[in-house]
Design a protein around this ligand. Structure first.
Ligand code: DC
Length: 226
């Protein structure tokens, strides 16, 4: 597969398991894994560190001129750097999720990150996960999967992930965050988190990681005639 250029878009709401799936697919198929949510989270982190509110649109747009975001490929994954420094788990807190979702509604922020995402896909075969990969970033992707699940399923997965990392949250908080963020991401005016017309819908409510992976791999193999 190495000499063929393959683009796989995995979109869907938070907690649907996009990143786990995209990472595993990338490994299986020899692609680079790109987590585009990390880019919005990184902008959110900078805004948070500056002490700005996540809804302070004018100042957020002004702050973009001080932000340099790059992605370097390490171990077949895109690692994010903010002004030359690697970004870590500080972008994964519940507060960072709110900041990421809010800054992602600003058209200037989306434009700021557009070329970076597309350039990676021009040069590499990728499994890219996000909200608008199939609709805006890679409209010509070879396979588009929209992964979704019930709110409670998604909240439970996210809750377990956060607890495993030692984050102090309750299930209720995570469920509320999942619902709030879905609504925020779906109802924004620009690049709302909705499926592309040609996306294949995959509902993984009640499914284990392995089952989701097998189902997605089958979709890809059928589509690419592998
Ligand atoms: O995938 P994630 O949960 O890490 O993404 C964090 C936020 O970033 C999400 O709430 C909406 C935004 N986002 C986006 O608008 N477009 C993308 N392609 C990826 C993420």
């Amino acid at each position: 597969m190495t000499d063929v250029h393959i683009l796989i878009a995995i979109d869907g709401p938070s907690g649907s398991g996009k990143s786990t799936l995209a990472k595993r697919l990338a490994k299986e198929l020899g692609l680079i894994y790109i987590d585009t949510g990390a880019l919005y989270r990184t902008i959110g982190l900078h805004i948070q560190q500056k002490g700005l509110e996540s809804t302070d649109t004018v100042n957020i747009i002004n702050a973009l001129s001080e932000i340099d975001i790059t992605m370097r490929l390490e171990n077949s994954q895109g690692k994010v750097f903010l002004n030359g420094n690697p970004v870590g788990d500080e972008i994964r807190t519940p507060k960072s999720s709110i900041y990421a979702s809010d800054v992602s509604k600003i058209p200037e922020v989306r434009t700021f990150l557009l070329e970076l995402q597309r350039n990676i896909a021009v040069r590499n075969s990728v499994a890219m996960d996000g909200r608008d990969i199939g609709t805006v970033i890679l409209p010509n992707a070879d396979v588009k999967i929209f992964l979704f699940a019930d709110d409670e399923d998604r909240a439970e997965r996210r809750y377990k992930e956060l607890i495993a990392k030692g984050t102090n949250v309750t299930y209720e908080e995570v469920l509320n965050d999942v619902k709030w963020r879905d609504n925020n991401d779906k109802t924004r005016e620009i690049a709302p988190a909705i499926p592309a017309e040609d996306a294949i819908m995959l509902n993984n409510s009640g499914m284990q990681e392995d089952e989701t992976f097998e189902a997605a791999l089958k979709i890809i193999k059928d589509k690419l005639k592998l």
